[in-house]
Ligand binder design. Structure first.
Ligand code: MN
Length: 410
């Protein structure tokens, strides 16, 4: 066994200090890795304390995360700060106290996480294990379960598997030896049918009317593309969900799904199969009315409703632009941020001020995830920057990887 053995020893020691008198609260910024790691910690503490509650400090809105909570019976509740006094001790997993306002003033006895180390060391925790080199907190928790000789029940194993899968984007974005091994071990105990069901939970019921609008409004566009107009939507994430759906249709070279967000902004989400540079196309169609751009397969444009000429319907305007605009010369295109720092900085800015591609990527990842509390490493933005030489990538083998790593949250 490896360098983690002292950590397991520390965990064992910590477990001996638990008291039947104490009520524990595990606080998380809920995402799959955090939810599953909290379940694992609760399992480790089982029967050794009076009570363990799992509390989330954020909202869960993504359909896959909601499905995870429902199908795996994760007993997570919304954190109410005024109830803090009813707990004796606190733990945080997959986050650190400085990551979230609701966490920062709580005296944690246990911190287990895989995000970067804090600027100043955290004092006061009996068990403190922060290892930024690990792909998921669930991989760390797996090692603890193994060390304590705890066999995970199917629902716990499934949750942890999903946690690792999500944080590493199924090992495409990150993940090392520890994560692989943990994944392999957990697979023996997990329920793959439930896992598949969670992975397939991509839409919410209330989105279905949008799909019907999309199908009804679908019109063919030049170059084997199509466009759909959804009218008013509550968030551009919904346009993204609908556009992503259409990427499953073989023979549809590109799709543009558009609608009006917040009553005054027209957003167009582009998806393409890579046969043409969709980022260039978005730019060509809308650069003069707002912000537009993206990558070869993913792009976005947004502009104020007021940019639509008097007497013209916005959907007509979008369609006309899609049909008639010619591509601009490559040199005229604005730069796309490529470094992680730029992207991280961009996350804090208002979406309208962002280069479109970044805004898109951020919006998609933001849902329940914790993009704002950690700097995005450069490897997160692994889609090919649109300024790179258009490669003959249809046989690259990574063709669908880009989109997939975007859909998955982290
Ligand atoms: Mn994580």
């Amino acid at each position: 066994m490896s360098a983690t053995s002292p950590l397991v020893a520390a965990m064992r020691q910590w477990r001996h200090t638990l008291s039947k008198e104490e009520r524990w609260c595990i606080l998380i910024v809920a995402d799959p890795d955090a939810l599953a790691a909290a379940m694992a910690l609760k399992r480790i503490m089982q029967h050794r304390v009076k009570a363990v509650d799992i509390m989330r400090v954020n909202e869960v809105t993504r359909p896959d995360n909601l499905a995870m909570i429902r199908y795996l019976h994760i007993p997570v509740k919304a954190w109410q700060p005024e109830k803090a006094a009813s707990y004796d001790r606190f733990a945080v997993v997959d986050s650190q106290p400085h990551h979230h306002v609701s966490l920062k003033d709580i005296p944690f006895s246990l911190v287990i996480d895989h995000h970067p180390l804090p600027p100043e060391p955290y004092e006061g925790a009996q068990l403190y294990d922060v290892r930024p080199d690990v792909g998921a907190t669930c991989s760390m928790m797996t090692r603890y379960l193994q060390g304590l000789r705890i066999t995970p029940a199917p629902l716990l194993a499934t949750a942890m598997l999903y946690g690792i899968r999500t944080d590493t984007a199924a090992f495409e974005r990150s993940g090392g030896e520890d994560d692989f091994r943990a994944y392999q071990w957990l697979s023996r105990y997990a329920d793959t049918a439930i896992l598949r069901r969670i992975l397939r939970s991509e839409y919410l019921r209330e989105w279905l009317p949008l799909f019907s609008r999309a199908f009804r409004s679908l019109v063919d566009c030049r170059g084997a593309g199509a466009q759909a107009w959804l009218n008013d939507v509550s968030s551009s994430d919904l346009l993204v969900a609908v556009a992503d759906f259409f990427t499953r249709v073989h023979g549809l070279r590109w799709i543009a799904v558009s609608g009006i967000v917040a009553k005054n902004t027209v957003v167009v989400i582009f998806r393409g199969d890579g046969s043409r540079d969709i980022g260039r196309m978005a730019d060509a169609c809308f650069y003069d009315v707002g912000s537009a751009g993206g990558h070869r397969r993913l792009a976005r444009a947004e502009f104020p409703l007021s940019a639509v000429p008097e007497g013209m319907k916005p959907q007509e305007f979008v369609l006309r632009r899609l049909q008639t605009r010619k591509l601009r010369a490559i040199t005229a295109r604005p730069a796309t941020p490529e470094s992680g720092t730029e992207a991280a900085a961009a996350e804090k800015t208002a979406p309208a001020a962002l280069p479109a591609a970044t805004a898109d990527a951020v919006a998609e990842k933001a849902a329940d995830s914790k993009t704002t509390r950690k700097a995005a490493p450069a490897r997160r933005l692994r889609e090919r920057p649109r300024r790179s030489t258009p490669a003959p990538d249809s046989h690259g083998g990574r063709s669908s990887a880009d989109e997939e790593s975007e859909r998955e949250n982290d």
